[in-house]
Ligand binder design. Structure first.
Ligand SMILES: CC(C)(COP(=O)(O)OP(=O)(O)OC[C@H]1O[C@@H](n2cnc3c(N)ncnc32)[C@H](O)[C@@H]1OP(=O)(O)O)[C@@H](O)C(=O)NCCC(=O)NCCS
Length: 149
């Protein structure tokens, strides 16, 4: 099976926060953001595996700063680790104020997806080859998280 690098499958997804995405304070509601994060993660997992994927976990999601109506949400999703059939993905969310151009890191998350065959059973995925020092460190960290489970 062809080995893939994280940079081959990473994505950046952008969304504009509209009134229907916000609460009474004019801030983006968490559920809408989680929907977008799920889509971004699934796109990366699908690119890595070239298969249909299912979300099996969303861990360590943090909401550090609110995102305001009218801001642009930028979601960066990237492979951290590939197991036999599962894939761990890192999510970083930024809010860009379109009037000032300033960007704030608002959320982080770690997600796990499983590739499925045509019968909906777990199916093997290509190995991941981390290239940069950061990717290698993320890969080792993920190995240690998994070995403790
Ligand atoms: C995805 C699914 C078919 C996997 O079935 P399963 O019986 O757990 O399969 P397995 O035990 O063989 O696990 C498959 C892989 O997922 C991993 N996995 C399963 N549950 C996990 C979890 N909660 N967190 C992290 N990894 C998990 C296993 O470690 C294994 O990884 P590996 O093959 O890389 O070693 C099943 O859990 C499922 O259908 N879940 C519902 C998915 C869904 O509806 N998602 C929302 C819509 S997309």
């Amino acid at each position: 099976m062809e080995v893939k690098t994280p940079s081959q499958t990473e994505i950046t997804m952008s969304e504009l926060v509209l009134p229907n995405d916000t609460n009474l304070l004019g801030n983006l509601v968490g559920g809408r953001l989680m929907y977008w994060i799920d889509i971004a993660g699934a796109l990366v997992a699908s690119r890595h595996s070239n298969k249909v994927v299912a979300t099996v976990s969303i861990d360590n999601i943090t909401f550090k700063h609110p995102v305001r109506m009218g801001e642009m949400v930028i979601i960066k999703a990237k492979m951290l680790y590939a197991g036999r059939t599962s894939m761990s993905i890192s999510i970083r969310v930024y809010a860009e104020n379109l009037k000032t151009g300033s960007t704030t890191l608002t959320n982080k998350a770690r997600m796990v997806f499983v590739a499925l065959d045509e019968n909906g059973n777990p199916s093997p995925v290509p190995p991941l080859l981390p290239e940069t020092n950061e990717e290698k460190a993320d890969f080792e960290k993920e190995c240690s998280i998994r070995s403790k489970k």
